[in-house]
Design a protein around this ligand. Sequence first.
Ligand code: DSN
Length: 416
Amino acid sequence: MSITPNSPLSIQDPAIASAINAEAHRQQTSLELIPSENFVSPAVLEALGSVATNKYAEGYPGKRYYGGCENVDVMEDLARDRAKAIYGAEHVNVQSHSGAPANIAVYAALLSPGDTVLGMDLSHGGHLTHGHPVTDSAQRYNFLRYKTTPEGTIDYDALEATAKEHKPKLILVGYSAYSREIDYKRVKEIAESVGAFAMADIAHIAGLIAGGEMNNPVPFFDVVTTTTHKTLRGPRGGMIMCQSALAKQIDKAVFPLLQGGPHMNTIAAKAVAFGEAQEPAFKLYAKQIKANAQALATALTTRGFKLAFGGTENHLMLLDLTSKAITGGIAQTALDSAGITCNKNMIPDDPRSPMDPSGLRLGTPAITTRGLKAEQMANIAHWIDQAIQNHANPIALANIKAEVADFMNPYPLFQK
Ligand code: DSN
């Protein structure tokens, strides 16, 4: 068959089509427990793959540097208005390409080189972009660290003492591996007492906040960043919400300081996802994510697994594998062979390296989208336990993989 400009992907580019089909099969047949991943709806995918990708629209709705923006303006206005309504935000920027650029844009908007920022230690659940030494931000700003207590909650007293001593310009909460609720009111009070901006990165829990299942810092924090593709179940992308007083600074930092043309297909897909998050069904989804996480945590604890941070109050849990005589890296590889996808992760003050740390991070947003309920978490805990015990036995792992594929067969990637 000859290739025409309208050939289907499978004809025009069979190598890519085949890799996409293989990925769809992997997603369909495995248990997706990476807490930062999810499965978007067909409507989100349709917007993402739409002609909106063809359009340049540098600037903001009503103030663009290009003609022909009347339709993409509608998309961006809808995305902004829906996000404002969901979170009670005064101002929203939906152009950030993802979470890391959103955080960098906030730093660029609010800080000068050399300013001090107080953020969570990476091994206690913080994120690379919160000032890890390997990042560009760490070269520009002076990041100081707070940690969690031995009981597993944020050490607010140490946070306060460090803030009073060092007078940071910005205090940052919101995490990638921390499994407990956050006392935003206390953090805002500490920030106000030292004249710092209060910033939250809610990337992991944005969907739980949208569903009313976790505290919402947006109405009273200075600035809040998020990704749109984790619990919020939208396309891969970022977003910044802030008080009106900071709107101009934030918008200018995103464009033109750091980015060029916005990805209008992604912004259209964000608007679709935000519309879904406004539906009553999303509240049930958020509740089920938490119920599933609690059930999985209980089932794993019953099998002798230790949870960092003393348990979970959100969508994720961090297994401390030190008592299981296996590293996070070996466990992740074994679970992959068993059709269970998750990621190795540092535990607080981990003596091991990030490439082969002592922990494993698990979450329930994606399996909840697939339709799994709390009573099925015991099966998952059983397979995790079996795969870790049999990590050196390829036949046992292949058997689990076949059982997992059968188990997931009735749950389509796209909910009807
Ligand atoms: N990579 C994301 C996560 O897995 O938590 C954070 O950027």
